[in-house]
Design a protein around this ligand. Structure first.
Ligand code: SF4
Length: 492
């Protein structure tokens, strides 16, 4: 349902405020992997899979493995390659494990909030990795008398609830076996929001997708084992074959008996609403979601934009990375030549944080540099995925003009971003969103372009190739798939 226009997102009791965001694009919020492979090196497979998910979170990385009796966790701040080396991986002997890359949307960016989260009770241990964002952490914390600041992040809160549930089980229920599964069956229906989870205890790996399926989670088959991962490239890199996506509201349990599927949520809560930005920006182009290639969906976005908003120009260029396939599609549909106009500095990550507001315009120069020979004197069509705060777009247009562009026509592969994401994407507060404050005509003036056109919502949905599959587009329409008003929802 739509929030009132002036509804400000608020903080969540029990959960620390988000890290201030100084980027100008929505930022992703974690990648997860779970591996059950008793005859392989689970730590090495997890490490490879996390590499394929590095784009979903670059603040911290972690792997937890079980050798059948004990769980060991290694996690730290930084990229996967800086947290793990051969020596560390060699110490992580196990038959199953989970891994996580994090970008913080609730909780500070700190070692304590890095994942996997580890918890133990008198007889049990488990670990958890979370991609998404709960919107009812406030009421959950109140219900359970968890004090503000006690848990640090919504992921820690889920682990806390599971630990409480396990501790409260009668001794006869606490036999080794399906303890974690039973705790999940009780805790999961109480969670509202976005949560693709991977969990493990000593003997099994578990995957869960929330009833709206906001975030992706897929299952793959190894020769002698199974893999759960946020995106299909993580399956490719470990040599696993794609089996299927988990259904919204599904829990799968993987152990020595194979894969069991369970549906712990009330059926009336199951309403598929995959984040449409997985297609626009967040997922890798080589990912397959809803049976569709993300790369091809982006090409189609460009083709449809060219038909929706034709323009007389000399060159079509994309803003790396996600704007590139869309620019290719725009060029193909319009007949305007495609060319490279911007060179990306590969060593600046997506989460590059400029040290101050003043430095943001320099931030774009750290990430992108113009190819002057292709730009000078040309009328450019510049294809990008989104405009969130507008700061980077404005700096980009100024940079292209300085490089000699005769005209700059912006074409954006998402509709105007007017509402905060409450489901795990860091877009900042509504007051920070350019399209929430300005009309499109005013945005043209603000960013300094000659023209600016956003793709229509229907065209974007059509471009995914999965019309009717069910999408969340709340940040574009204000139509939130779950009731976020009474829940003191955080800003995602
Ligand atoms: S609000 Fe926007 S970014 Fe957030 S889950 Fe929905 S579509 Fe994705």
């Amino acid at each position: 349902m739509a929030l009132p226009v002036d509804e400000p997102p608020r903080g969540v009791p029990g959960v620390e405020p988000v890290t201030p965001c100084t980027s100008d694009s929505p930022r992703e919020a974690c990648g997860v992997v779970g591996i059950y492979a008793p005859s392989d090196s689970v730590a090495h497979l997890s490490y490879l899979a996390l590499h394929a998910l590095q784009h979903r979170g670059q603040e911290s990385a972690g792997i937890a493995v079980s050798n059948g009796d004990d769980i060991t966790v290694v996690k730290d701040m930084g990229l996967v390659a800086s947290v793990f080396d051969e020596r560390t991986l060699a110490t992580l002997g196990g038959v199953l494990g989970i891994g996580h890359t994090r970008y913080s949307t609730t909780g500070t960016s700190s070692w304590e909030n890095a994942q996997p989260v580890y918890r133990s009770t008198a007889n049990h241990q488990f670990v958890l990795g979370h991609n998404g964002n709960l919107v009812n952490t406030g009421s959950l914390a109140t219900e359970t008398s968890i004090l503000p600041g006690m848990v640090g992040s919504d992921s820690n809160l889920i682990a806390e609830l599971l630990q409480m549930e396990i501790s409260a089980m009668a001794p006869s229920d606490q036999v080794r076996g399906r303890v974690l599964e039973r705790a999940l069956e009780r805790v999961l229906p109480r969670l509202i929001g976005a949560f693709s989870l991977v969990l493990a205890d000593e003997e099994r790996v578990i995957g869960v997708r929330d009833p709206n399926g906001f975030r992706p989670l897929c299952l793959g088959r190894l020769d002698r084992g199974w893999v759960l991962a946020s995106e299909t490239p993580a399956l490719d890199i470990v040599g696993a074959h794609f089996v299927r996506e988990l259904s919204p509201g599904e829990m799968v349990v993987i152990d020595g008996d194979g894969v069991r599927s369970n549906h712990p949520f009330p059926t009336d809560r199951v309403d598929p609403r995959l984040c449409i930005f997985e297609f626009v920006y967040f997922s890798r182009p080589d990912s397959v979601i809803y049976g569709q290639s993300v790369h091809h969906a982006r090409v189609r976005m460009g083709e449809l934009l060219a038909r929706q908003a034709p323009v007389d120009a000399d060159l079509v260029m994309g803003v790396p990375e996600s704007g590139l396939p869309a620019a290719e599609g725009f060029s193909r549909a319009s007949g305007i030549p495609y060319g490279q106009g911007l060179v990306k500095n590969r060593y600046i990550g997506r989460t590059f944080i400029a040290p101050s507001q003043q430095m943001r315009s320099l931030g774009v120069r750290m990430k992108l540099n113009p190819l002057r020979d292709n730009i000078k004197g040309n009328r450019l069509v510049v294809v990008d995925d989104s405009i969130v705060r507008g700061t980077t777009t404005r700096a980009l247009v100024a940079m292209l003009r300085e490089a000699g562009a005769a005209e700059v026509h912006l074409r954006i592969t998402s509709p105007p971003y007017r509402w905060p994401c409450l489901f795990g994407m860091d877009t900042g507060d509504r007051s920070e969103l350019l399209a929430a404050r300005l009309s499109v005509a005013e945005m043209v003036d603000y960013v300094g372009a000659d023209t600016l056109v956003f793709i229509e919502m229907e065209e974007l949905t059509a471009a995914t190739g999965a019309v009717g599959a069910g999408f969340c587009n709340a940040c574009l329409t204000g139509d939130y798939p779950v009731d976020v008003r009474p829940m003191n929802g955080s800003r995602g």
